[in-house]
Design a protein around this ligand. Sequence first.
Ligand code: ADP
Ligand code: MG
Length: 510
Amino acid sequence: MSDSVVIDVGATATRSFSPEVQLDAERVSFRQPDGSESGFLVSDLVGATLEEQGGVWRVDALTYSYPAKRGCSRGGSGATRVRWVHVVARLTSEAVARALVTALQLLATGSVAWRDPTAKPPSRRRLLAFINPRSGPGRGVDDFEVLCRPMLVDAGCDVDVIVTERAGHAAAALHAMPASELLSYSGVLAGGGDGSVHEVVQGLLSRADGAACAAALVLGHLPLGSGNGLASSLCAAAGLPYSVSNAALLVTKDARSPLDIATVFCETAPVRSGFTPNAPPPTGWGLERRFSFLSSAWGLVADADIESEFLRCLGDARTTLWGLVRIATLRRYRGTLWILPEASVNAATTAALGGRAVAGSAWPPATPSLRPFGEALTTEDGWRELRGPFACIWVTSTTHQTIGAAAAPLSSHHDGVLTVTAITGGIGRGDLLRMLLEMDDTGFSAHLAAHPGLATTLTCRAFRLEPDPVDPMRTHGHVVVDGEEVGYGAVQAEVHPSLVTVYGRLKPQT
Ligand code: ADP
Ligand code: MG
């Protein structure tokens, strides 16, 4: 075997390491010891290793691909990737072997430097992962160890794991961590459902140096919970079927995508006693400030989410099941929804809302469109008023809100707007039932689009929800932010486009 390196970075952009190994942006091909051709897709490549045995340097490529027989892609085992070790080359030259490993490692993360023979190996990434052992059916830790950690290690990541001991642990730990320690990581992963992501987001953005943290750290979601809206949205945006291993793959690829965050002000005190690290908002702005990446809900969706917690062992089926119960005993909520449509936001406001967090910028981020709770909103300022009764109000920031259910499939997690779906109280049980039962990736929104009288759907930069104080349901309903219950009462929010960064879309090769 000759150890010559043939480099061709012309139009075809290939690199050959001896005639036996050939790399291009999509595929790695190599020859097996028996002379047969072999290869794998770069999209499945996670890392590469080098080992010396008696003067021969063995280069292994580590890939995660679907088993030959694929099952369903809705988070079932069919979309679970299996680890493969490909012995790509056995070389006598250490220099050539090192160059090949470096090229494979760079190719795995989508870096165009793989074409450059002088490129340095990518530096190891330090990640901090919070794993919620209670999320989903309670297999969070095992699923992390089996489905996620091996892939992250193969990708050259050093992962520090904190298994949370109680609700609020992750938020409190991140809030209190010294900046020197926190900023030594390149990413923070939430292993659990959206409630776990919500904690990580609160912990980081409630810090006095939240702008620096948002600018420097990349968020990741390892979807080990029962409600996994963020990972579902990120997999969909990357063109991958939803699965834990596909969500982990997005982290290994170090592909980054902006993520919108909304500041949510809650008028009343939280119902749960979990640690809330956020300093209380200024007088007049309610009792709590939260940072939301997913959704705010009131009515059917919120009730199905919160009241089904005792069915946690059922995984994501719990909300569907309780949704059926709530449809059979449908509640109609009285109140007012104020919306600031996207078109009403003037240039000055847009500028004030800013974009990606920049270290040293004013913090917490400004909400120039909102007014203190006591102050009335007016149509002259561009606000639009919707009066209840409502069956449900769902304000969403991502395409998907849980596995296989997209309230806003045409939106994106970084479009800079919130999508409001206000389902009228006049809707019949039959329509709600059909929507629930047909709720595949797009069934919910498709049904609403086909029946415009059932709901108002529009995009906005800000909203205020005011449940009627006289409503007898006030004692029964729930208001949730990112699937977490907040105090029942008025809430208002404004979106900050692309405030943080997530491990998301696969980078196109350029
Ligand atoms: P799921 O999608 O199954 O609801 P989440 O990750 O959303 O899972 O978590 C649900 C709740 O569990 C969150 O409110 C979170 O704060 C809380 N939590 C986190 N760690 C623990 C723990 N060790 N014990 C109990 N609750 C926890
Ligand atoms: Mg959006």
